[in-house]
Design a protein around this ligand. Structure first.
Ligand code: ADP
Length: 264
């Protein structure tokens, strides 16, 4: 196990919180959060993953945690027990709602659940708690950022494609994180689905546009953490509920490099 220098302790047991954000949905935020969490485990850290995407929780699918496998008897004194998968301790509203069932709650209910996920969950000792935020800039962000301000949040990691519409939404998110009353450090931005590699010609096709995220990061003074190609195998393993870093050495090395830059 690698020893890290802990900053101020956030909550007894949790040393660092890193939140993964995106401007819009479908850019691979949950995929990236999942693979960063598993990469940290591979690097020898104790890791938790809080799925804060209350209205669209996809973490249970990414870790192949089926509703039937969640033992609801586990709560003692109202304290929730996370489910451990591939070494990551996970909590998600998806564990408590039937697959396909819509979650229709108002803001205060969501805030209550998120507080429970933060404070009333048996996290134990964690080097890192990764938080998978919902896309965009909504209620959940504001309540979580308020909660985080009580803690020592290490920072936010942003995921985007190079597509114009994705970046224009990221622009809004960056604006929110940089509002003076909220201010949270942004650790960097990851370009996901950056290119498709032709098996035949080995040529790279920049499906969502070339250098969009890179140029944006320069313009906004954000650290460019790296690019992840669009690969059929990432999608396939994601559908199987197996994090790709466990299966593909190249992608694992890519994620480990990105993760090292995030935590340095
Ligand atoms: P978000 O959390 O931003 O809504 P997801 O992580 O759920 O996005 O990803 C959306 C879909 O895209 C998933 O089916 C996932 O498997 C797929 N996906 C994400 N990143 C990649 C990639 N680099 N290559 C191929 N498919 C990807």
């Amino acid at each position: 196990k690698i020893e890290i220098k802990s900053e101020t302790e956030i909550k007894p047991g949790i040393k660092n919180i890193i939140a993964v954000a995106s401007g819009k949905g479908g850019v691979g935020k949950s995929t990236v959060a999942t693979n960063i969490a598993v990469s940290l485990v591979k690097m020898g850290f104790y890791v938790g993953l809080l799925d804060a995407d209350i209205y669209g929780p996809s973490i249970p699918l990414m870790f192949n945690i089926k509703e039937e496998s969640v033992n609801l008897q586990q709560h003692k004194n109202g304290i929730l027990n996370p489910i451990t998968s591939y070494g990551v301790k996970i909590i998600s509203i998806g564990f408590f709602s039937k697959y396909g069932q819509a979650i229709v709650w108002r803001g205060p209910m969501v805030t209550k659940v998120l507080r429970q996920f933060m404070y009333e969950t048996n996290w134990g000792e964690l080097d890192f708690l990764i938080v998978d935020l919902p896309p965009g800039t909504g209620d959940i962000h504001l309540s979580l950022l308020q909660e985080f301000s009580l803690f020592k949040l290490k920072g936010i990691v942003i995921v985007s494609t190079s597509q114009k519409i994705a970046l224009s939404d990221v622009n809004r998110s960056v604006g929110m994180f940089r509002i003076q009353s909220i201010y949270v450090p942004i650790l960097g931005i990851i370009e996901n689905m950056s290119y498709v590699l032709s098996k035949k010609t080995k040529e790279k096709y920049y499906f969502f546009g070339k250098n969009g995220v890179k140029d944006f990061s320069k313009e906004m003074n954000l650290f460019f953490l790296g690019e992840i190609p669009m690969l059929q195998t990432i999608r396939e393993y994601s559908d199987l509920g197996i994090p790709i870093v466990l299966e593909n050495k190249e992608i694992r090395n890519l994620f480990i490099n990105i993760t090292k830059n995030i935590i340095k």
